[in-house]
Ligand binder design. Structure first.
Ligand code: BT5
Length: 316
């Protein structure tokens, strides 16, 4: 948020304060104060005009300035009511040199999953793409996906959901279904760079927050379904703050990922480029790859679709 607007909010926080008082305090014209107050109202801030001046009401709602307000992470928010895909917009901003921008949309009309799959993005969800310019070797970029998964899982747990991570990019809730889980959130990381340098990285995160599962594909769930509706502003702030802390300490992130993972110790099948490997997931490497113990070998897979298989004893 620009500094003047931030100063106006801080003045209002300390309020009630009259327009002339605020104008004096911030060394601006009364008309300028009025313009800022109107712009803040438009962005969703409740600013009451009381007899003793302007007063800031409860902060709630979902808009760029509202998410930036009180956010303890260095992201600026690029908010849209609707976009085809926040990842597309983030890629454009990244190509123009942006850094630490979180693109957010209330709905997406062409949300994307991996490998050109679609991602359903109705209103009530949290659809965001983070533009980053990490100074890590490209081989470690998958750790950003893991950092996003950890941040999303932790924020979901804070919202009362029993969330865990399915390698590499799904946040899931254990369930009595064929697969053994329902999908709560997905992550799509895209990047551009050279062999030894990442130019930009976009981490797209989709969380089914206040979405009725009837608006989602089979096998999906949402926070409101598993617990109760969340304040999307607060949820997104926690998510961005946790992601920011996690990307700064990728080794600790990997340890935390291992704690939150529901894949380790499971029998899984991983499909990548038409090749499927079945085995027990035994470890995750320093760069986020999954190690499988198959009947006669140990195989490391760096990417793919992972399905949990029911233990042989469960199959009747
Ligand atoms: C993912 O792909 O899980 C990555 C999803 C990333 C979405 C975010 S939203 C913000 C940003 N902008 C974008 O355009 N994308 C990112 P994948 O593992 O390929 O899973 C895709 C599959 O999940 C689909 O084929 C469906 O089966 C299923 N699916 C689609 N929408 C879903 C939803 N809302 N919740 C759960 N599952 C869904």
């Amino acid at each position: 948020m620009d500094e003047t607007r931030q100063a106006v909010i801080e003045g209002l926080e300390a309020g009630p304060v009259t327009g002339p008082e605020l104008a004096d305090e911030l060394n601006m014209s009364r008309a300028a104060v009025w313009k800022h107050v109107e712009a803040l109202r438009e962005a969703g801030f409740a600013i009451d005009g009381t007899p003793s001046g302007y007063a800031l009401g409860d902060v709630s709602g979902y808009s760029g300035p509202l998410v930036e307000y009180g956010l303890d992470a260095p992201f600026s928010i690029d908010f849209h009511d609707t976009l085809p895909s926040t990842n597309e917009r983030a890629r454009e901003l990244a190509a123009d040199g942006a850094d630490d921008v979180a693109v957010v949309a209330n709905t997406q009309s062409g949300g994307r999953g991996r490998l050109d799959r679609g991602w359903d993005s109705p209103a009530g969800g949290i659809w965001t793409s983070l533009v980053c310019r990490p100074t890590i070797p490209p081989a470690r970029a998958p750790l950003y996906t893991l950092a996003a998964a950890v941040a999303t899982t932790e924020a979901s747990r804070e919202a009362g959901v029993d969330a865990g991570i399915k390698w590499p990019n799904d946040v899931v809730v254990p369930a009595d279904t064929d697969r053994g889980y329902r999908k709560l959130a997905g992550i799509l990381t895209e990047m551009e760079g050279e062999t030894d340098r990442i130019s930009w990285l976009v981490c797209g995160i989709g969380v089914n927050a206040n979405v009725d599962p009837s608006a989602l594909p089979a096998g999906a769930t949402s926070i409101v379904q598993e617990a109760s509706a969340v304040d999307r502003r607060a949820f997104l702030q926690r998510l961005l703050e946790r992601f920011d802390a996690r990307r700064d300490d990728l080794s600790a992130t990997l340890d935390r990922w291992r704690e939150l993972a529901v894949t380790l110790g499971q029998r899984v099948s991983v499909t990548h480029r038409e090749r499927t490997i079945e085995g027990t997931a035994v470890a995750v490497t320093e760069s986020g790859a999954l190690v499988l113990e198959t009947d006669d070998d140990r195989v490391t897979v760096t990417a793919g679709d992972c399905e949990h298989l029911r233990p042989a004893s469960d199959q009747t």
